[in-house]
Design a protein around this ligand. Structure first.
Ligand code: PHE
Ligand code: ZN
Length: 858
């Protein structure tokens, strides 16, 4: 059987819902196999007199339906696979429906499902329709009241949005609880959790003196491991008050951690639900990267309370309105908690790895698309990461103060509403007096703009001319692009530092800037897109000497790091293409010197040791040969490791900081240590494996233990096997740590090893974290093996994804995005990838996956 790609939904088709839902009363009778949901919807007509009442509903068994207490005749309504229609309804009425759902057999993890024997829900974007019949769209906002009953013993804790009300015994070994949410909300923010948890509690006093009860619900025995998440939550609450003047608006704030979850976390009003990977952490079991991710995701979900919940999206095309903005907010929070330049570099690494790749391939789409096939596939790096970059550009262009005024106005004007990108920009136009019509092209045009920089130094007149040109490549469905305003922080550099520093907004296709410099000035170097002010690709034809010089003179930490990246990219390309046999000694020296010069800021120094990933290189030269690129990258890494050998051995000879603290300072020290562990693993030293095994055994924290294990995993031999066996034995009962065990192998595995991992008794197709720890890691971080020219990588992924997709379409589709780069590959891999995509297209896939495959084949 062949699944057709879904029919497109269009932004231009938007029409308001013709009814208002004034009040929603929900009653849940919870049972794993047979949950009953009764909904009383108080509805009032606001549009067309003749409009039928159309409600969404999916996988529901309708038990009864009544209007104002009178059961409807069979002929009065129609039930389909996707909803329920009542042709004729009064102008004001209460609709009562009773449905049956089966949470235990819900493997899609959308709607009400079970995870670890507990009930939990996921409604964004369209999961609520799998709970009850409802206008499941974000512009229908209503007041929700929930009453649930459940077994007392298995479900002592009953949670929903808002504030807890009455609770008590319900007879028959069951009990009940009532929750009331005073804030109107769209259905995608509804949540319900019921089960037995350990609870980590704390309080937060808001700026106006209200005391909020905070609680994080986790698996039995895990409470202490929620301490960092709680700390992050309190810092987030404080930061939003100080930075945006936003206070929390309910008396309680609950977080529930679940092991089975499709994404990172979800911002349900007053009841955030998290993938447990982003809640649980301690020194022994979590890496600094985990601590950092927890801090930023806790913040992200908390910040949604204002940017997403109080003000929500009119329709799903506006998803970036909440996500881009909220990512921008969480990135700034992290920058304030840690180091701003280091944070910026990490954000850009992520943007380039995921978003630039997306923008350059067949899945490219604009930040606010005007059409989509499957809504779940809209949760992309483009919407999130590029969406955040656009807000960053907006802020740079109008300044921090005006930006804050615009945000204040946005909150004031639109609190309680479901709005659009245009509504958002109207606020900034008002406070700045500027027109953002052209700027909003950033939302409409897909593709990463390329900025060409040309310099012309006139020695006799001490003049430098800088010509900037922009061009956005064609993307699917968008052959012709308009220029977008590109804010570029720039500087002229000489031996003394900055000769000049300014921001240019490149509005048109081309601009030439001329600088008259004092007599006797040497040719200055031009520093462009400092701090990565704009999400663009730069094209400059500089000599290696000039590039080396730029790295040496650069005063902007981002650009210094990026200068090293550019040099490394060119070197890897030269090595991969065979125009050079060995890494250039001057270049290796320059990288080593930059690292040595940065040792005072170890987190930054660690980033300087990082070489561009194979995937990033795909953007540089095509067709791309991942196998050759991987080899070339390793060669360069080995040369850098050789150059720094003494430093590496001496740093790793020092003890790790004790007692453990997850904060930025110690994390920086550990980042450098792990960077050096990675270099040691790539050094080619004969004793590398025994040295790594010692480091593995001695490591007092997971950060260094895992780095040593990762290093070992890439080396054949006894030390590797010993460490992997030891790790498995030590952590076999901790699923989050076992995910790491699977990942460190997948990241260096060949297809055969991936098949073995997938056959391991702890590999669980129903658990997204576990599937991702093998398949996503292999397909997205181990590109030379995934894109193996014999097609073995594709075949093993295909087989697992087919199975995963059956149970969980959202997961299946996300894994398939790994194919997005297939067109740029060398001919052999390319034809194997295409054959695989064709096989997939001809088979029975979920709608989500069919959408990805159809677009990938384009
Ligand atoms: N809205 C969530 C976030 O970014 C992401 C999410 C989407 C989670 C859909 C689950 C399902 O914060
Ligand atoms: Zn979000």
């Amino acid at each position: 059987m062949r699944t057709e790609a879904p029919v497109a939904v269009k932004l231009s088709d938007y029409t308001p819902y013709p009814f208002e839902v004034e009040q929603v009363d929900l009653r849940f009778d919870l049972d794993p196999e047979d949950t009953r949901v009764r909904a009383d919807l108080k509805i009032r007509r606001t549009g067309d007199k003749s409009a039928a009442l159309e409600l969404d509903g999916e996988a529901l068994e309708l038990k009864s339906i009544a209007i104002d207490g009178t059961a409807l005749d069979k002929g009065a309504y129609e039930v389909t696979e996707s909803g329920l229609t009542i042709a004729s309804v009064p102008d004001e009425f209460t609709l009562t429906t009773d449905v049956k759902i089966a949470p235990a057999s819900n493997t899609a993890l959308s709607g009400l499902y079970m995870s670890g024997g507990r009930f939990c829900s996921q409604c964004e974007s369209v999961g609520f329709r799998r709970i009850t019949y409802y206008p499941d769209r974000p512009d229908v906002m209503s007041s929700f009241k929930v009453r649930m009953t459940a077994d007392k013993e298995t479900c002592p804790v009953l949670l929903s949005n808002g504030t807890p009300g009455e609770s008590g015994d319900a007879g028959d070994g069951r009990h009940f609880a009532v929750w009331d949410d005073p804030h109107k909300k769209p259905s995608y923010l509804f949540a319900l959790c019921a089960g037995d948890y350990d609870i980590y509690r704390d309080q937060f006093t808001t700026m106006s003196g209200k005391v909020i009860d905070l609680a994080i619900h986790v698996d039995k025995g895990d409470a202490e491991r929620a301490a960092w998440a709680m700390d992050s939550l309190k810092r987030s609450m404080k930061w939003d008050e100080e930075t945006y003047g936003r206070e929390y608006d309910l008396g309680v704030f609950n977080i529930v951690a679940v092991r089975d979850f499709n994404f990172g976390a979800m911002e349900n009003k007053g009841l955030n639900i998290f993938n447990s990977a982003y809640v649980l952490a301690d020194e022994a079991s979590a890496t600094d990267a985990d601590f950092e991710a927890i801090e930023s995701i806790v913040a992200h979900e908390y910040f949604h309370n204002w940017t997403g919940n109080r003000i929500t999206c009119r329709d799903w095309f506006q998803l970036c309105l909440k996500e881009g903005l909220t990512v921008f907010r969480d990135q700034n929070f992290s920058a304030d908690m840690r180091s701003r330049p280091v944070q910026r570099i990490k954000d850009v690494i992520r943007l380039r790895a995921r978003q630039f790749a997306e923008d350059a391939g067949p899945l490219a789409h604009s930040v606010r698309p005007d059409t989509y096939g499957a809504i779940d596939n809209l949760y992309t790096a483009t919407v999130y990461e590029k969406g955040a970059e656009i807000i960053g550009m907006l802020r740079r262009m109008i300044g921090e103060e005006t930006y804050r005024k615009g945000m204040d106005l946005y909150f004031e004007r639109h609190d309680g509403q479901a709005v659009t990108i245009e509504d958002f920009y109207a606020c900034f136009e008002k406070v700045s007096g500027q027109d953002f019509t052209q700027f909003r092209r950033w939302y409409a045009q897909a593709g990463t703009p390329e900025v060409t920089v040309e310099e012309n130094w006139k020695a006799d007149s001490n003049e430098i001319e800088i010509t900037l040109r922009q061009k956005t490549p064609a993307t699917p469905g968008q052959p012709v692009k308009q220029p977008v305003p590109i804010p570029l922080n720039m500087a002229l550099l000489d031996e003394e530092g900055n000769l000049a520093e300014w921001m240019t907004v490149l509005e048109d296709e081309e601009v030439t800037l001329t600088f008259d410099l004092p007599d006797g000035t040497e040719r200055p170097l031009v520093s462009v897109n400092r701090d990565f002010t704009a999400p663009v690709r730069l094209a400059r034809s500089l000599s290696r000497e000039d590039r080396l010089q730029l790295v040496r003179l650069e005063t902007d930490p981002f650009n210094q790091w990026d200068g090293v990246q550019t040099l490394a990219k060119e070197e890897i390309l030269a090595l991969a293409e065979g125009s050079q046999a060995e890494p250039d000694a001057d270049l290796v020296d320059a990288i080593a010197t930059a690292i040595e010069g940065a040792l005072g800021d170890p987190a930054y120094a660690a980033l300087l040791t990082r070489l561009p990933d194979v995937g990033e290189m795909f953007l540089e030269r095509q067709p791309a040969d991942p196998v050759a690129l991987n080899k070339a990258r390793k060669k360069l890494q080995k040369a850098v490791a050789g150059k720094l050998e003494d430093l590496i051995i001496s740093v790793l000879g020092q003890p790790s900081p004790q007692p453990f603290d997850p904060g930025a300072e110690q994390a920086g020290t550990r980042a450098l240590r792990t960077a050096f562990i990675t270099l040691l693993a790539g050094s080619g030293r004969e004793d590398a494996d025994t040295h790594l095994l010692k480091l593995y055994e001695a490591a007092p924290n997971m950060t260094e233990k895992l780095a040593a294990l990762r290093g070992l995993a890439g080396l054949e031999g006894e030390a590797r096997d010993k460490a992997l066996a030891d790790f498995e034995e030590a952590w076999k009962t901790n699923p989050l740590v076992m995910d790491k065990w699977f990942s460190v192998q997948a990241v260096t595995a060949d297809a055969e090893t991936v098949a073995k991992l997938a056959a391991h008794k702890d590999f669980d197709l129903r658990n997204p974290n576990r599937v991702r720890s093998v398949v996503a890691v292999f397909a997205m971080q181990n590109l030379s093996a995934f894109h193996a020219p014999d097609g073995s990588g594709y075949k093993v992924v295909e087989e697992i994804v087919r199975k995963a997709d059956k149970a969980n379409p959202s997961l299946g589709a996300r894994l398939l995005t790994a194919f997005e780069q297939w067109r740029v590959l060398e001919p052999q891999a390319r034809s194997e990838a295409e054959a695989c995509l064709r096989r997939l297209q001809g088979s029975d896939l979920s709608k989500n996956s069919a959408d990805i495959v159809a677009r990938a084949l384009g």
